[in-house]
Design a protein around this ligand. Structure first.
Ligand code: SR1
Ligand code: MG
Length: 408
């Protein structure tokens, strides 16, 4: 018997180190271990344990009973099971693109996994105006493989329904239903919005009944369309980068939902990086060059997604009716429509809602930040309202550039 088998409690650094030596069979017996809590996300505790002798290291991620961002969110620690299960599944579907899981502990609600500290979090790298030429290729392989190979187009339908059961994720879905689809679109007390943007939101979003109707349709689409096993939170803070490879982390929001969610989430966050560059790079040449790289990345992410999805479909489709003429185009067209809508929701919710992004909050000049926020909100609304017009990568970036040209 050890304290780690008696019952669940949230660990501190000393206890996490003790856990690593007494539960995990990972370090040498003479290891010289140190432990640091490095979590900077909204929900969990992340411990990095290093052996200074061998330089081996490991990550232990533990789910607490409340979100770190606010104890208003009472989230079941069982999300850690979902996270470890989906990481293992994604490892088989898109090998090399997720950390390796070493151990899952259902009592302590923690997962031990590969340490990726030689990578950097993509959001911060983009704020530092770094480029990753292979990123679009990497992330589209990950997205296409994980989405298409878990769908009814490829999977045996009964096996897929078993996966749906395993990945029922009510607490974290509720967070998304509230924070992404509901609260940003009315004057919710939980919103956190700067004054100039509040006026803009009141006029352009909260008072627009047509927009509200579309957000309700999208919320119900999110709640009912069990299309693919999605990551569920694929923003640039859930991606580790270095030149090669790219690693996707933090899939605790995973469940069976609309396939366009992950792609839309990612594009929305690349647009935040684009607006960060617009607002913070003073040198005009440098700004142009960096924005061109981001623009190219957004275009490639969408276009490579379409290309690879088509190719994998032809290779892996098992559902006979999916081979009917026109069905593939209908299916991909729907994903792109959802992608545009989710891009729009993400752009709105990170500006108005509770959970912000550093790309925007780190813009110190308040006028420049207000302009960036207006561009995001105007583009967001357009992505939602005109979601059926987005067919290529160029369509996505065109809207943002139009609003940049029209908003001072
Ligand atoms: C209460 S959690 C707030 C946000 O952080 C996560 O990363 C998700 O994006 C969620 O919406
Ligand atoms: Mg996260």
């Amino acid at each position: 018997m050890s304290i780690f088998t008696e019952g669940y409690f949230t660990m501190n650094e000393i206890q996490a180190l003790d856990y690593a030596t007494s539960v995990l069979n990972y370090f040498d017996l003479d290891a010289d271990l140190s432990c640091k809590e490095i979590g900077d996300g909204n929900l969990n505790y992340v411990f990095r344990i290093i052996d200074s002798k061998s330089e081996k290291s490991i990550i232990i991620k533990q789910a607490g009973p409340f979100a770190r961002i606010s104890d208003e969110f009472n989230v079941s620690p069982d999300r850690n099971r979902i996270e470890s299960d989906i990481l293992k599944l994604q490892y088989t579907l898109a090998e090399g693109f997720v950390p390796k899981v070493y151990n899952y502990d259902s009592i302590m609600n923690c997962t031990a996994m590969e340490d990726l500290s030689d990578h950097v979090i993509m959001r911060q790298a983009l704020i530092d105006h770094k480029k990753f030429p292979l990123f679009a290729d990497h992330i589209t392989t990950f997205i296409v493989n994980t989405l298409l190979l878990t769908s009814d187009v490829v999977m045996n339908h009964k096996d897929k329904k078993e996966l749906i059961k395993n990945f029922i994720n009510p607490d974290l879905c509720e967070i998304t239903e509230d924070l992404v689809y509901t609260e940003p679109f009315y004057d919710c007390t939980r919103n956190d919005v700067i004054d100039t943007t509040r006026e803009f939101a009141q006029k352009e979003l909260w008072g627009d009944e047509k927009l509200l109707l579309e957000t309700a349709k999208l919320k119900f689409e999110f709640m009912t369309n069990a299309q693919s096993l999605i990551h569920g939170d694929l923003h640039t803070g859930s991606i580790f980068v270095k030149e090669n490879p790219t690693k996707v982390i933090d899939p605790e929001f995973a469940f069976y939902g609309p396939a366009g969610y992950d792609l839309g989430n990612l594009i929305g966050n690349l647009i935040f990086a684009y607006e960060n560059a617009e607002a913070t790079i003073d040198d005009l040449y440098e700004k142009k060059e960096y924005k061109e790289w981001l623009e190219e990345t957004i275009v490639q992410v969408v276009d490579l997604f379409i290309f690879k999805f088509n190719a994998l479909w032809i290779e892996r489709v098992t559902e006979e009716t999916a081979n009917y003429k026109g069905f593939k185009e209908y299916y991909i067209g729907n994903i792109l429509k959802d992608t545009a809508a989710i891009t729009g929701c993400e752009l709105c919710r990170r500006i108005i809602g509770l959970a912000h992004v550093k790309d925007i909050t780190s813009i110190n000049n308040i006028e420049k930040r207000a302009r960036a926020e207006k561009i995001c909100l105007s583009s967001g609304k357009k992505f939602i309202m005109s979601r059926e017009i987005f067919k290529t990568g160029a369509d996505f970036i065109k809207i943002v550039k139009e609003f940049e040209n029209n908003i001072n």
